[in-house]
Design a protein around this ligand. Structure first.
Ligand SMILES: [Zn+2]
Ligand SMILES: [Zn+2]
Length: 599
């Protein structure tokens, strides 16, 4: 297996297409408001591009349609994109009626910012790109001519307000978002994914499926889980807990409050104090709500007595609810909360065990991700850079880096190595998994740490009879229960695999007289450990089936006269598939194998 290097977006054909389409859009908008349109910036972004305008009036959806139509004409004319370098004075003269551009040119002239106003180290060359009647301050790159933009693969998406340079004290501009692809099919697929993402939004599905709520009475970013939501949490955590136990982990519990002094000694206070909740004072001692577990686990390691080299590795795992002070504006559903339950683990090992422990983590992570049907993921290995923020000696870094690479290679895991991205205390590997819509989520992390165990005085007695400092591996599989639940709600569109469904089957009596039989079937299923409900409401059967489908319950078991007589149920799946009548015993076997197979 090898190191995989992905091409930076800026060097791809799509980037050029989107950037060029932004220019074409700007031309069309300027033609719509001759002499009045002021243009700001228009960069490509993930999946598309935007351009910011200062216009005499608000744009309407009809305007967007007209702009798009004009864009297709410009594209059809196959105008060449021509680059030229200019001096700052020439640039200012050419853009004398465009105050935003002049401000950008002044920035480029002074140095330190690029043509979008972002900080840069490069010494900027001022360049223009011209096609047809439109010229932009731009460093490119672009396609050769507008004909290389596929007119059936572009679409203007929506209009939003945006402050010039993101500053609320500066003018508010109108931002037009657009998307551009190579083919019409790619555009179609992108639009389908957007629509699907809207339907799958975990905040929307969380409400519809009755899984969790947020309340102003409790506070922002502090979710409340319903019985169904808590069942999901319980199943998710139970699954990871069982898997960890199988991999030789030991579960611990270290509470919610910790003396602030411990975080000062571990170094977390200096690095994380802004994400901690304010301190609590009691009898002259300052406490903090726990924002991370590492110092607690290391303290526990020390309290448990002397450790011999033979006792290592020691793997402490905890589902710990941590509290992080996120700004209210940055909170978002379950993916960004203030109370999060990390599936956190700390492995204390000898330096010669880094490779085997890392390999064990890799396997555990792969097993867990595949249980959740994340089969498409990549690993980003963050290594030390040449600059000086890195502590610990060269030998340790080399040892850990080699161990990580060797473990990845031995397990056939493709990875991308990024120099200079490691934390100051050691290299790390992140797992980025794609969901069914192709969106990438950073889920699992394994981090090597040479520093914290020494800071807090963790030791083991080595073969030489002397105290040595263990290496610490920090590891999370799903990250946090809350965020992971948000991700999988969208990944499965709320239709969880049978093993994870809060309600696995609903039994639907056709008429009141079948309620007793329905209850009997429910008891049989419950005796086999299944989570079931009986829908005894006075609704029509079709309405009950529809409701169960909306609740994404895997099995709907309909019970009428014929079924009661035969000891059977008529089986419907949430997909709408009708499996007809089956003996209850057969249904139980079918459900059991679905659980085992992870269906
Ligand atoms: Zn440009
Ligand atoms: Zn940690």
């Amino acid at each position: 297996m090898s190191v995989k290097q992905s091409i930076p977006y800026e060097q791809t054909e799509l980037y050029k297409i989107r950037h060029s389409t932004a220019h074409v859009m700007a031309q069309a908008v300027m033609e719509m408001f001759p002499g009045q349109a002021k243009i700001a910036i228009g960069p490509p972004i993930a999946d598309g591009f935007y351009y910011d305008f200062d216009l005499p009036r608000s744009l309407t959806p009809e305007d967007l349609a007209a702009v798009e139509k004009r864009m297709r004409q410009i594209i059809a004319a196959r105008h060449k994109f021509q680059r030229r370098e200019v001096s700052a004075d020439e640039a200012r003269a050419e853009f004398k009626d465009q105050p935003y551009k002049v401000e950008l040119i002044d920035g480029l002239d002074k140095g330190g910012v690029d043509e979008y106003g972002n900080p840069t180290n490069e010494k900027p060359v001022i360049s223009f790109y011209t096609h047809d009647t439109f010229t932009d301050l731009c460093r490119g790159p672009h396609v050769e001519h507008t004909g290389q933009i596929n007119p059936s693969a572009i679409k203007l998406m929506h209009i939003a307000g945006a402050y010039w340079r993101g500053d609320a004290n500066r003018p508010q501009l109108q931002r037009i978002y657009g998307t551009a692809w190579k083919t019409a099919d790619e555009l179609k697929d992108h639009l389908w994914k957007l629509e699907e993402a809207r339907k799958r939004d975990h905040r929307k599905l969380g409400r519809e499926l009755g899984l969790f709520y947020f309340s102003d009475d409790v506070g922002p970013g502090l979710p409340l889980f319903t019985p169904k939501g808590e069942m999901l949490r319980h199943l998710m955590e139970g699954y990871v807990r069982d898997t960890q136990t199988r991999y030789g982990y030991q579960h611990v519990w270290t509470g919610h409050l910790v003396k602030e002094d411990l975080y000062r000694r571990s170094g977390h206070y200096d690095n994380y104090k802004d994400s901690m909740f304010p301190p609590m004072e009691d009898e002259g001692v300052t406490f903090r709500l726990k924002p991370m577990n590492c110092p607690s686990h290391m303290t526990l390691y020390k309290e448990m007595g002397t450790h011999s080299y033979r006792d290592l590795p020691l793997r402490f795992a905890e589902f710990a609810t941590l509290y992080r002070y996120e700004k209210t504006g940055e909170l978002s559903g379950l993916t960004r909360v203030r109370a999060l339950t990390q599936d956190d683990c700390h492995i204390f090992c000898r330096p010669d065990q880094i490779q085997s422990e890392f390999a064990l983590c890799l396997n555990l992570i792969r097993e867990v991700l595949s249980r959740y049907k994340f089969t498409d993921y990549r690993v980003r290995l963050s290594l030390r850079g040449s600059e000086g923020k890195y502590v610990a000696d060269d030998e340790k870094w080399a040892l850990a880096t080699d161990a990580l690479k060797a473990a990845l290679d031995a397990n056939g895991v493709e990875y991308e190595a990024v120099e200079g991205e490691a934390a100051f205390y050691g290299p790390k590997a992140d797992f980025l998994a794609r969901d069914v819509l192709g969106r990438e989520w950073q889920l699992s992390t394994i981090q090597v740490d040479f520093i914290q165990p020494a800071r807090l005085g963790c030791e083991y007695v080595a073969e030489d009879g002397q105290p040595h400092t263990p290496v610490l591996l920090h590891r999370a599989v799903t990250g946090s229960t809350e965020r992971f639940l948000g991700v999988i709600i969208e990944h499965f569109a709320g239709a969880f695999p049978v093993w994870l469904s809060p309600v696995q089957a609903v039994i639907i009596p056709i008429a009141d007289r079948h309620a007793e039989y329905a209850n009997k079937v429910a008891e049989q299923l419950q005796a086999h450990g299944f989570r079931v409900e009986v829908d005894a409401r006075g609704e029509r059967m079709q309405a009950k089936i529809r409701d169960a489908q909306l609740q994404k319950i895997p099995y709907m078991l309909v019970a009428g006269d014929k079924e009661a007589e035969a000891g059977a149920v008529a089986v419907r799946l949430r997909s709408g598939e009708d499996l007809k009548a089956k003996p209850v015993a057969e249904v139980i076997e079918m459900m059991k194998s679905a659980v085992v197979n992870g269906d």
